[in-house]
Ligand binder design. Structure first.
Ligand code: URA
Length: 280
């Protein structure tokens, strides 16, 4: 009987299979195998000439009919990084390098309506990191994430966990305010997230909290209703990812705060934080 994998191992495997799929390797085991071709392969292998470096292989018969159309090789990204940490003493400098590389960014259309680019806020050595969607009007004006009404609520959530805002690291999927606070378009988010991923890899928090569906979608790499993502710990690049509601949503529907608090308690458990006495 097949062994039941625990959720974390399963997630890690899914991530790895996704990586191999990106390399185009799925075809190897998905293509139906023709028994006659296998037999022909075996015959050929038995009489296969021995090649040396100086002697290029002779063109082999093409068992698949026409000359194979060899598509351009895809650019290959590194497999998900596990444990490749920047030393704690170098993290602030490493983050500054990422900020400098962003510069006066014009990589996507969001820069046109931007007042200030919002890079991040908090401790480069934080064990807990929050990822939101994108700056709103207050954040755009101040150049800091989560400083408006939603930010006030996030500060309260952090305090309820027994932490100070300065002890965590906060960033967003996009670093420039989308017009009218709309959800970032995929091309905007995809242009910006490589920088977020680099920030995450430098800080390497133990626990990442995705605030809302946009953060969850771009961190996990697939869209799924929030309900299916909440309530469990996802394996994410060697870290633990927890998905919860966005504070702006909680401002609109405060009844969901109880659910969000359950998510935060899960994060606290992973971090070994005791249940805070502070009120929610
Ligand atoms: N909402 C977000 O997602 N991020 C912010 O920085 C502010 C509000």
């Amino acid at each position: 009987m097949a062994r039941q994998l625990d959720a974390a191992t399963r997630e890690a495997l899914v991530e790895r299979v996704r990586f191999y799929r990106d390399l185009g390797l799925t075809e190897f085991y998905r293509r139906p195998v023709d028994a006659a071709l296998l037999a022909a392969e075996a015959d050929e292998t038995q009489s296969a000439p021995v090649y040396t470096e100086a002697q290029p292989p002779i063109a082999r018969p093409n068992f698949f009919g026409e000359e194979p159309a060899i598509s351009a090789r895809k650019s290959i990204t590194a497999p998900p990084e596990i444990g490749g940490a920047v030393p704690a003493s170098d993290r602030a400098a490493a983050l500054q390098i990422i900020r400098d590389e962003l510069g006066d960014c014009t990589r996507c259309a969001l820069h046109k309506g931007r007042n200030k680019l919002v890079f991040a806020d908090g401790d480069p050595n934080a064990r807990l990191m929050f990822v939101g969607e994108g700056p709103g009007a207050d954040e755009d004006a101040q150049g800091l994430p989560f400083v408006g009404r939603a930010g006030q609520l996030l500060n309260n959530m952090i305090a309820a966990m027994g932490l100070k805002r300065e002890q965590v690291y906060i960033a967003n999927v996009v670093k420039c305010r989308p017009p009218g606070n709309r959800t970032p378009e995929p091309d905007e988010a995809n242009t910006c997230t490589p920088f977020l991923f680099r920030q995450i890899d430098v800080v390497r928090p133990q626990v990442l909290v995705a605030l809302g569906a946009t953060a969850a979608t771009y961190l996990l790499g697939h869209r799924q209703p929030l309900a299916g993502l909440r309530g469990r710990v996802h394996a994410f690049r060697g870290m633990q990812l927890i998905v919860t509601y966005h504070p702006a949503f909680l401002l609109r529907d405060p009844r969901q705060k109880k659910e969000a608090w359950a998510d935060l308690q899960m994060a606290m458990k992973e971090l070994g934080l005791s249940k805070a006495a502070t009120s929610r």
